[in-house]
Ligand binder design. Structure first.
Ligand code: O2Y
Ligand code: MN
Length: 610
């Protein structure tokens, strides 16, 4: 057992000792990040009954967990930005006074690890030693968290070596919030606290994360949403870089020329699919750098360089199939942790939208028998996940771990918009692009059982749940970055929308691999070759700008996909005014000027896109 500190970093040792005194674990274990450690923890979890070993022939080195039904997703209404001043959390975050929150949480943490081991996880977000990477230390009483962190980040001794005796780290405190009495065990049950005791808390001034009561995903794997987005966005704002909810892909044209594109889309808009896309346009190739988060800094050449701070994918299983995303399917062929999917009789995995019927009787995500035809609920939870190693993805780019990152040529911003927003258009310039990004979002559908059906839930830069400070200040940070850089070297900014529908509710655009047609135009615009026409909303492809050979979309449908409808945009402008109103005087003047200019362009315009 590594129960002695494997570092001489005094501040770190004292911090761990302090938490051990509060939480009173039976043991303290310093993770070394080795494969042997991973295998041992997996074995222990299988023996204890909390994890199930899957079929070694069909799913080598794969295991399955079933979580508690109260602990199945990120919980935004229990997620807090506890800045000293409420104004600094801004109108889009849950705020609590940090002293009050710490008092409440310290009472919960008191003795919370009795009967358990406190694992110390040194991890690096980004390749160890990269000038863009950051180190975090997560304390947790969950072995599930340790093995997931092994896949999602770089863990262990090499990180402590990079930290040295007094390096900087982000302290990340986590407990499942379920102490064990003497002789008690979890008995194969997922440990967590009730919903009203769950807290996912961020202290931006001290760059601390405290999480209590949930063992699931973004609530517990603290490197991902908590560190790499909420805390890192604060650091990026202070230090002049970007921590964004973006995929990064590498696009290669038939001549072998490559460009790197980053894209921000709200959760559940197909980011993982786009990052791993297989183009339908002959000769073009997409490779993956990352599927969820991008950290970007300016290089010496004035261009913006991005790294993927993660080392794996925490992907949604339902609707992932050999058709929608063969690369993701292959990434979870082996060495994968599945959470809340269904299990087949021969101990393989199954989920809705996997591309084949359920093979016979299943065990559903709640551990109960399930049969197609008689079942009344899905076999896999809609937010069930695979934790897969990036290196096992066939589409991973050879340079995905380049410590210096890759130079970004374009940013894509998108959401689910059944009308008004065209398939693709390009910003006139940086500030106009920031304006576009600040307005993205998805239309609220009847399925969400929301009273505001038809309205747009805005998700600026897809960062609504992840921006660790006042979003008005975050907008200003984006505007300012443009003034610090040579305009010609900044990424070009594009809006994309794969989700337009016909009047009778059918998708207008096939999506998936066909999105490569849009990527091709984006590539060509960045290469000064794609043809475009100026409209009130931005530059749009000319009728022949998008490659349509082999595409099963009619000329009329293409016209609709690429039209600017005056009526829809007049409504859109009114909705943007409402959206902007919540930021009060924190809304940068540059962005309100953009809105005024957009409105003026429509007033001056006679007819567009008809
Ligand atoms: O529900 C969770 O805890 C995971 S959320 C998530 C996971 C991977 C990538 N993105 C997200 C997200 O919500 O954006
Ligand atoms: Mn995400």
């Amino acid at each position: 057992m590594n129960n002695k500190p494997t570092t001489r970093h005094k501040k770190l040792i004292t911090w761990v000792e302090n938490w051990a005194r509060i939480c009173k674990p039976d043991n303290v274990y310093w993770c070394d990040g080795t494969r042997e450690e991973y295998d041992r923890l997996v074995k222990e979890q299988i023996v204890s009954g909390i994890a199930t070993k899957l079929n070694e022939k069909t799913r080598p080195e794969c295991i399955l967990y079933r979580s508690d039904p109260s602990d199945v997703a990120r919980i935004e209404n229990r997620t807090y930005i506890a800045s000293v001043k409420k104004e600094n959390a801004g109108p889009t975050n849950n705020w609590i006074d940090p002293n009050e929150l710490k008092k409440t949480m310290l009472a919960l943490y008191e003795g919370c690890m009795k009967g358990r081991t406190l694992y110390v996880i040194p991890f690096s977000m980004g390749p160890v030693g990269s000038p863009i990477a950051k180190i975090g230390i997560e304390l947790t009483d969950s072995a599930y968290v340790v093995i997931n962190m092994h896949i999602m980040t770089r863990v262990g001794t090499k990180v402590l070596e990079a930290l040295g005796d007094n390096g900087e780290f982000v302290p990340c405190m986590h407990s499942v919030g379920k102490p064990l009495a003497k002789g008690e065990s979890d008995n194969g049950q997922w440990p967590c606290a009730p919903l009203d005791k769950k807290y996912i808390s961020h202290f931006p001034e001290t760059r601390e994360i405290w999480s209590y009561g949930s063992g699931y995903g973004g609530n517990a794997l603290l490197g991902k949403k908590c560190l790499a987005l909420r805390i890192a966005s604060v650091q990026a704002g202070d230090e002049g870089w970007l921590a964004e909810h973006m995929l990064i892909l590498k696009l290669t044209n038939p001549e072998g020329k490559t460009k790197y594109i980053a894209g921000a889309f709200p959760s559940a808009c197909g980011k993982t699919n786009l990052a791993m896309l297989i183009p339908t346009v002959p000769g073009w190739k997409v490779e993956t750098i990352g599927d969820d988060i991008a950290w970007m800094k300016f290089g010496k050449d004035g261009r913006l360089y991005a790294i993927n701070p993660e080392a794996g994918f925490f992907g949604v299983a339902p609707n992932t199939s050999k058709i929608s995303n063969p690369n993701a399917m292959h990434a979870c062929d082996r060495e994968t942790i599945f959470t809340n999917v269904a299990m087949t009789e021969d101990r393989d995995v199954w989920w809705e939208g996997m591309g084949m019927d359920a093979p016979g009787k299943l065990i559903d995500w709640k551990g109960k028998g399930w049969e197609a035809g008689t079942a009344t609920a899905p076999a896999a939870h809609p937010n069930s996940r695979f934790t897969a190693r990036a290196k096992n993805c066939p589409a991973i780019a050879p340079e995905w771990e380049d410590p210096n990152g890759v130079p970004i040529s374009a940013f894509l911003f998108g959401g689910r918009r059944p009308s008004t927003i065209p398939l693709v258009y390009q910003a006139f310039d940086w500030v106009h692009g920031v304006f576009m990004a600040s307005c993205i979002g998805s239309e609220i559908t009847a399925a969400a059982l929301d009273l505001k059906v038809g309205l747009v839930r805005r998700d600026p830069m897809a960062m609504l749940p992840f921006c660790g400070y006042n979003m008005g200040d975050y907008f200003k940070h984006w505007v300012n970055l443009g003034t610090r850089a040579d305009a010609g070297k900044l990424p070009m900014i594009f809006s994309v929308n794969w989700f337009q529908k016909t009047k009778d509710g059918k998708w207008l655009w096939p999506g998936y691999g066909e999105n490569s047609r849009v990527l091709k135009w984006v590539f060509e615009r960045c290469d000064n070759s794609g043809s475009a026409v100026k409209t009130p909303i931005g530059y749009m492809p000319t009728p022949d700008g998008i490659e349509t050979k082999g595409l099963n979309v009619s000329a009329d449908e293409m016209k609709q996909l690429l039209s600017v409808e005056q009526e829809g945009w007049v409504k859109e402008i009114e909705m943007i005014k409402e959206h902007y109103a919540i930021f009060g005087d924190k809304l940068p003047k540059e962005l309100s000027d953009q809105l005024t200019a957009l409105e003026a362009r429509f007033i001056n315009a006679k007819e567009y896109g008809k």
